[in-house]
Design a protein around this ligand. Structure first.
Ligand SMILES: Cc1cc2nc3c(=O)[nH]c(=O)nc-3n(C[C@H](O)[C@H](O)[C@H](O)COP(=O)(O)OP(=O)(O)OC[C@H]3O[C@@H](n4cnc5c(N)ncnc54)[C@H](O)[C@@H]3O)c2cc1C
Length: 625
C-alpha cells in the first residue's frame, strides 16, 4: 500500500451537500482539510429535486447561512425561480423556495471549494476507514492510497451498497450512472457500526420540446425574488416559470393496472421510503378516492430543455412511466430524457452518534447527511456544517458545539436523530419544532450569527451588519410604543380604509400595528414622524415582534423551563446499570443513547417521567458525595 506524504487534520468523504459544508467549515476554521469524492464533476449534485428551501427546509438553509455555511449563497447565485411559500399563514411557517439551475449550482459550489486555501479536493472512491484502537486515523481508497487524518467525516449519501430498482430490473449504483460504495459499507460494519436499510425514489426528467405548455398552468416566481442568504441584497437574474399539470382518471388506471411492477409496492425495495414524499404509485394505492394529484413541471436549468416532473416519484419501469405520463393534459406526446427510479441503500442508525455527530464507538469519526438516515439537501448540509465545526473543535480539544431545540431547527434535527433514531428517511417539518415562533426563517441570523462569527465562519462585516439590523429593530419598536397616532379625520379615514376600527383617543402606533389588518407599511401614512428609511427586513422584524409579542413571550417562558432540564448534565461515564429502581428497558435505552442531559434523557422513547425523577435524585446525591 502506497502512503502519501501528506497528512490532513480533517478528511471529508463525499462531495454531496453534507460533504461540501463539512469541508468548507473545516478549512475556514483553519484546519488542513481534504475532500475526497468519487466524482469531482458531481460535487454538490442534486440527486433529485432541483430546488432548495421550502417548508421547514428553508429554516435550515437560513440557519446554515447564519452559521457561515455556503448553501444559501450558492442557491442565490444559481437560482432560476424564487418564491415565498405560505404567505397567507403566520411568519413562523413562511418559507422561501428556490428552483435551481442544477448544473450551475454544481459548478458554482465546486468553484467555491477550489478557491478555499486550506482545502484539497481529490477524486477517488474510499473503501476503508483505518481505525487504531478505538480511534479513526485515516482512510484507504480503491486506487490503493492511504491518507492520514486526525478526524474523518463520512458524508456518503445514498452510495453505501446502493441498489437501483426500476420495475423488475435492479443493479448496484450510488445514484444513476455512479458506482456504489460497497466496500466502505463493509468497513463500517467491521468497525462495529449497526447498519440498516432505507429507500427513496426520484421522478423522470422529460424533454421540454415534447411538452405542450399552453395546456399547463403557468407558475411564475415572486417579484421581487426573495433571497435565501442574509448577505444577498438583491436577486437580479431573470426568473423562469414552472408549470402545473394534473393526473386524471386515465393516469390512475395505468398506475393501478401496473402496481405489481413497482418494487415500492411489492416490497422488493428494502427498508422504508420517505413517508411524506411517496411515489405516485403509493399515492394512488393509498388514496384511491383522490381524483387527481398535482404534478409540477419544473425547469432543470437555463441552458437545457429538460424538465423535472415533481410529484411523479416512481419505481416503475420506464415503459409504464411513459404510458402514465402521456395520459396527462399537455404531456400527450412527452418523451422521457431520464427515467425515474427507486434506490435502496445502507445507513448508519443515528442513535450511535453523539450530539456532536461523532460516533460513540469510534473516536474522531463523524457522520453527516443521508448516511444518518435523513433525506434532503438541506438536512444533509446542516449536518455537514455541524460535523465540520465539531471535528475541528475535537482536534483542537475544545468543547463540542451543540445547538439545542430552542435555538435552531438544526438542533431539533440532530437531537431527533441521536435521541430517537429513525426508521424512515427523516425530513424536516416546522411541526417537528416545539418553539416555532422563536425559530423563524427571518431571525436565524439573530439566533445564530454569533456562533458563526466566533468560529471564524462569518466576517466582521456581516456580523456587524446583523447587529445594526437588530439594533434598528429594537429602536423602532421603542419608538412605535412611544409615538401616538392622533385622532384626526385623516388617520381615522385611513384606518377605515384598512378595514379596522377608528381610534377614539391618541393611540401608540405599536398598538395599531398589532391589529391584524394593519401592516408596517400602512403606518407610514398614519405616522407624522415617519421620514426615516427603514429596510424591508427591519420592517418585517418590527412587525413580527409587535404582532406576536404576547405569544413570543409565552414561548420564551417555555424555553426557560426547557433550558433548566437541558442544563442538568449527565456525566458521560454514568453507569445506569447501578441505578436501583430503574426499569430494565430504561436502563438499556439510557445506556445505549447515553444522553448528555436530563432534557435529552426525557425525550428518549420508553424512558418515562418516573425514570427521570429517579435519575434526578441520583444525580443530586452524586453531587454531594
Ligand atoms: C434517487 C434519489 C431520490 C431522492 N429523493 C429525494 C426526495 O424526494 N426528497 C429529498 O429531500 N431528497 C431526496 N433524495 C435525497 C437527497 O439527494 C439527499 O438527501 C442529499 O443529496 C444527501 O446529501 P448527502 O451530502 O448526504 O449525500 P449525496 O448528495 O448523495 O452525496 C454523497 C457524495 O458522496 C460521494 N461518495 C459516496 N461514497 C463515496 C466513497 N466511498 N468514496 C468517495 N466518495 C463517495 C458521492 O460521489 C457523492 O458525491 C434523493 C436521492 C436519490 C439518490
Amino acid at each position: 500500500m502506497r502512503k502519501l506524504e501528506k497528512e490532513y487534520d480533517i478528511i471529508v468523504i463525499g462531495g454531496g451537500h453534507a460533504g461540501c459544508e463539512a469541508s468548507l467549515a473545516s478549512a475556514r476554521m483553519g484546519a488542513r482539510a481534504l475532500l475526497i469524492t468519487s466524482n469531482l464533476d458531481n460535487i454538490a449534485h442534486m440527486s433529485c429535486n432541483p430546488a432548495i428551501g421550502g417548508l421547514g427546509k428553508s429554516h435550515l438553509v437560513r440557519e446554515i447561512d447564519a452559521l457561515g455555511g455556503e448553501m444559501a449563497k450558492n442557491i442565490d447565485k444559481t437560482g432560476i425561480q424564487f418564491r415565498m411559500l405560505n404567505t397567507k399563514k403566520g411568519p413562523a411557517v413562511q418559507a422561501p423556495r428556490v428552483q435551481a439551475d442544477r448544473r450551475d449550482y454544481r459548478i458554482s459550489m465546486r468553484r467555491v471549494l477550489e478557491k478555499e486555501k486550506n482545502l484539497d479536493i481529490k477524486q477517488d472512491l474510499v473503501k476503508e476507514i483505518i481505525v487504531k484502537g478505538k480511534k479513526a486515523t485515516g482512510i484507504k481508497t480503491q486506487t490503493g492510497i492511504e491518507y492520514k487524518g486526525k478526524a474523518i467525516i463520512l458524508a456518503t449519501g445514498t452510495f453505501l451498497r446502493g441498489l437501483i430498482l426500476m420495475g423488475k430490473v435492479s443493479f448496484p449504483a450510488g445514484r444513476m450512472g455512479e458506482f456504489p460504495a460497497d466496500r466502505l459499507s463493509d468497513s463500517l460494519k467491521k468497525i462495529g457500526l449497526k447498519i440498516e436499510r432505507l429507500n427513496t425514489c426520484t421522478p423522470p426528467r422529460i424533454e421540454g420540446k415534447t411538452v405542450n405548455f399552453s395546456k399547463l398552468i403557468k407558475q411564475p416566481g415572486d417579484t421581487p425574488p426573495p433571497p435565501l442568504s442574509f448577505s444577498t441584497k438583491e436577486i437580479k437574474t431573470k426568473q423562469i416559470p414552472c408549470y402545473l399539470a394534473f393526473t386524471n382518471d386515465a393516469t390512475h388506471k395505468v398506475i393501478k393496472k401496473n402496481l405489481r411492477d413497482s418494487p415500492l409496492i411489492t416490497g422488493e425495495a428494502k427498508g422504508l421510503p420517505p413517508r411524506y414524499c411517496p411515489s405516485i404509485e403509493e399515492k394512488i394505492a393509498r388514496f384511491p378516492e383522490k381524483k387527481r394529484h398535482q404534478i409540477f413541471i419544473e425547469p432543470e436549468g437555463r441552458d437545457t430543455t429538460e424538465y423535472y416532473v415533481n410529484g411523479f416519484f416512481t419505481g416503475f419501469s420506464e415503459e409504464i412511466q411513459l404510458e402514465a405520463l402521456r395520459t396527462m393534459k399537455g404531456l400527450e406526446k412527452v418523451k422521457i430524457a431520464k427515467p425515474g427510479y427507486a434506490i435502496e441503500y445502507d445507513f448508519v442508525s443515528p442513535t450511535q452518534l453523539k450530539p456532536s455527530l461523532e460516533t460513540k464507538r469510534i473516536e474522531n469519526l463523524f457522520l453527516a447527511g443521508q448516511i444518518n438516515g435523513t433525506s434532503g439537501y438541506e438536512e444533509a448540509a446542516s449536518q455537514g456544517l455541524m460535523a465540520g465545526i465539531n471535528a475541528v473543535l475535537k482536534i483542537q480539544e475544545e468543547e463540542p458545539f451543540i445547538l439545542d431545540r430552542s435555538e435552531a431547527y438544526i438542533g431539533v434535527l440532530i437531537d431527533d436523530l441521536v435521541t430517537k433514531g429513525t426508521k424512515e428517511p427523516y425530513r424536516m417539518f416546522t411541526s417537528r419544532a416545539e418553539y416555532r415562533l422563536i425559530l423563524r426563517c427571518d431571525n436565524a441570523d439573530q439566533r445564530l450569527i454569533r456562533y458563526g462569527h466566533r468560529f471564524g465562519l462569518i466576517s466582521d462585516e456581516d456580523y456587524e451588519r446583523c447587529q445594526r439590523k437588530y439594533t434598528q429593530i429594537e429602536e423602532e419598536i421603542k419608538r412605535l410604543k412611544k409615538s401616538r397616532a392622533r385622532t384626526t379625520k385623516r388617520v381615522n379615514n385611513l384606518l377605515k380604509k384598512l378595514g379596522t376600527d377608528p381610534i377614539k383617543e391618541d393611540t401608540p402606533l405599536a398598538q395599531i400595528l398589532k391589529r391584524p389588518e394593519v401592516r408596517y407599511r400602512d403606518l407610514v401614512k398614519i405616522d407624522d414622524e415617519d421620514e426615516r428609511k427603514i429596510s424591508s427586513e427591519v420592517a418585517q422584524g418590527v412587525e413580527i415582534a409587535l404582532k406576536y409579542e404576547g405569544y413570543i413571550k409565552r414561548e420564551l417562558d417555555q424555553v426557560e423551563r426547557f433550558k433548566r432540564l437541558e442544563k442538568k448534565k449527565i456525566p458521560s461515564d454514568f453507569d445506569y446499570s447501578r441505578l436501583e429502581g430503574l426499569r430494565i428497558e430504561s436502563k438499556e435505552k439510557l445506556s445505549s443513547i447515553r444522553p448528555i442531559s436530563i432534557g435529552q434523557a426525557s425525550r428518549i422513547s420508553g424512558v418515562n417521567p418516573s425514570d427521570i425523577s429517579l435519575l434526578l435524585i441520583y444525580l443530586k446525591r452524586r453531587e454531594f458525595e
